[in-house]
Design a protein around this ligand. Structure first.
Ligand code: ZN
Length: 206
C-alpha cells in the first residue's frame, strides 16, 4: 500500500491578499485586504501588472505528480507564500518562499530520509528575446504566452530544482541505525501480524 500524507487536503488555510499601491516608491500606502478561500489554479500575470497580490497556503505533496516521481513517498505538504507584482523596473515578478519536508531515498543506505527543502522563487515575466537578454542576475525567466502561470507547475519546478543532488541521512551513524534495526522486534500486541511469528507458529505445528 502506498504511504500517504496524514489526510492532507488541497489548499488548507489559504489566504490571499491584495495591495493597492498608490505609489509604491514615494509612500507606502497599502489597502491590505486578506481573503480566505481555495488556492487558485493559476497566477495571472496581467493582473500582477496592475495590482500586487499574494497567496499563502499549503498544497499536499501528492497533488504534485512530477515532484512525487522523484521522491520516496508522497507524504507531506508544501507551505507556500507567493507574491506577484511589479518590481522597481516595472517588470512583472513572482517572488516568495516554498517549504516542504520531503521523503527521499538516502543514497548511502537506500532507506527513506526526510529532508527539509526550501526554495525562494524570483521569477520575472519575459515576453521577448530583448527582455530575456536584459534580465539581471538573480531573476529566473518566466515564459508565459497567455500570462497565466499554473501554480502547481511553478511549485513543482521550484522544488525539483531545490532537491539535493545526493540525498543522504545526516552522518554515517543515522544510516547504520537503519541497517541495525532493519528487522524490528515485534510488539507483543502485533505478534499475530508479524510474519516471523507466523513462521514460528508453522514450525511449531498446530
Ligand atoms: Zn541513510
Amino acid at each position: 500500500m502506498p504511504r500517504q500524507g496524514s489526510g492532507a487536503q488541497d489548499s488548507v488555510e489559504t489566504r490571499a491578499w491584495v495591495k493597492n499601491c498608490f505609489d509604491t516608491r514615494s509612500f507606502e500606502k497599502y489597502d491590505y485586504a486578506l481573503m480566505s478561500g481555495a488556492l487558485p489554479p493559476s497566477l495571472d500575470l496581467a493582473r500582477a501588472a496592475r495590482q500586487t497580490y499574494g497567496l499563502q497556503g499549503r498544497l499536499p505533496v501528492k497533488s504534485l505528480p512530477r515532484l512525487t516521481s522523484a521522491l520516496a513517498s508522497d507524504a507531506g505538504e508544501v507551505e507556500l507564500t507567493l507574491e506577484a507584482g511589479l518590481d522597481a523596473a516595472r517588470r512583472v515578478v513572482i517572488t516568495g518562499r516554498l517549504d516542504a519536508e520531503l521523503e527521499l531515498q538516502c543514497q548511502r543506505c537506500l532507506e527513506p530520509v526526510k529532508l527539509k527543502v526550501h526554495a525562494e522563487p524570483h521569477l520575472a515575466w519575459v515576453k521577448t528575446d530583448e527582455q530575456l537578454a536584459a534580465l539581471p542576475d538573480g531573476y529566473e525567466p518566466l515564459l508565459s504566452g497567455d500570462g497565466q502561470v499554473a501554480l502547481k507547475e511553478l511549485v513543482t519546478d521550484e522544488l525539483l530544482l531545490a532537491l539535493p543532488l545526493v540525498p543522504k541521512h545526516e552522518g554515517d551513524a543515522a544510516c547504520e541505525s537503519f541497517t541495525e534495526t532493519a528487522v524490528p522486534a515485534a510488539e507483543p500486541e502485533e505478534a499475530g501480524k508479524n510474519p516471523f511469528a507466523e513462521l514460528a507458529k508453522l514450525k511449531r505445528g498446530p
